[in-house]
Design a protein around this ligand. Structure first.
Ligand code: DX5
Ligand code: ZN
Length: 220
């Protein structure tokens, strides 16, 4: 089996102490830092933009896994790339010209991810799958941290795993939303490699212990 990688989502961190929070998860063994970008339009919430990504880049060596929950992603890709994003992941529901968007991300030297809301079929990825570096399966409706994992998404993770294996894709399979120590094992068993965890990590007393427990959930 593949090594599980953990991507704490700073959405649940204390934004007034962001550098400390990031240092704590980095020390605690995080593999990526997940940054949730929301525009109050594609999703009913507002968060952060390129300036925060640029500031984070200066205080961490962790790869920045930037999840764009925004319409008109193309207009912001150059700025997020310049700010230091390692991965830029866009929603298929928000990108009518998804192939163009994926190429644009890559032209800026950034790894390209695509993601699906819970009700969006994996079939929408058929034509783009060979071009992507990451597939993110949303296991909550995006917009907020602390929501409950939608169990139906487990089958979708397994199906995505099969689709990626079939084309010998190098793309990472990531899952985001409602992931806790007690369901991480099932998600990893379904074939996920990267687990996003916001509230599970940042509401816990010991970030490092929680990150280790999430990762260990994948071991037999
Ligand atoms: C939801 C975001 C998630 C969120 C996860 O819209 O994309 O990354 O921060 O938070 P938890 O782990 O608390 O569900
Ligand atoms: Zn996210």
């Amino acid at each position: 089996t593949r090594p599980a990688r953990i991507a704490p989502s700073i959405l649940s961190a204390d934004f007034a102490r962001l550098a400390d929070e990031v240092a704590a998860v980095e020390r605690g063994g995080a593999d990526f830092l997940h940054v949730d970008v929301m525009d109050g339009h594609f999703v009913p919430n507002l968060t952060v933009g390129p300036p925060i990504v640029e500031s984070l880049k200066k205080v961490t060596k962790l790869p920045l896994d930037v999840h764009l929950m925004i319409t008109n992603a193309d207009a912001f890709i150059p700025e997020f790339a310049a700010a230091g994003a390692s991965y830029l992941t866009v929603h298929v529901e928000a990108c009518p010209h998804l192939h163009r968007t994926v190429q644009l991300i890559k032209e800026h030297g950034v790894k390209a991810g695509v993601t699906l809301n819970p009700a969006t079929s994996l079939r929408t990825l058929d034509e783009i799958l060979p071009d992507v570096d990451l597939v993110l399966i949303m296991s909550v409706n995006p917009g907020f941290g602390g929501q409950k994992f939608i169990d139906h998404c487990l089958q979708k993770v397994a199906n995505a795993r099969r689709m990626l294996d079939q084309i010998h894709s190098h793309a990472l399979l990531e899952v985001d939303g409602g992931i806790k120590v007690d369901n991480a094992g099932r998600i990893l068993a379904a074939g996920a490699e990267v687990l996003v965890a916001g509230s599970a990590v940042f509401s816990s007393p010991d970030y490092g212990a929680t990150i280790a427990a999430l990762r260990a959930a994948g071991q037999p």
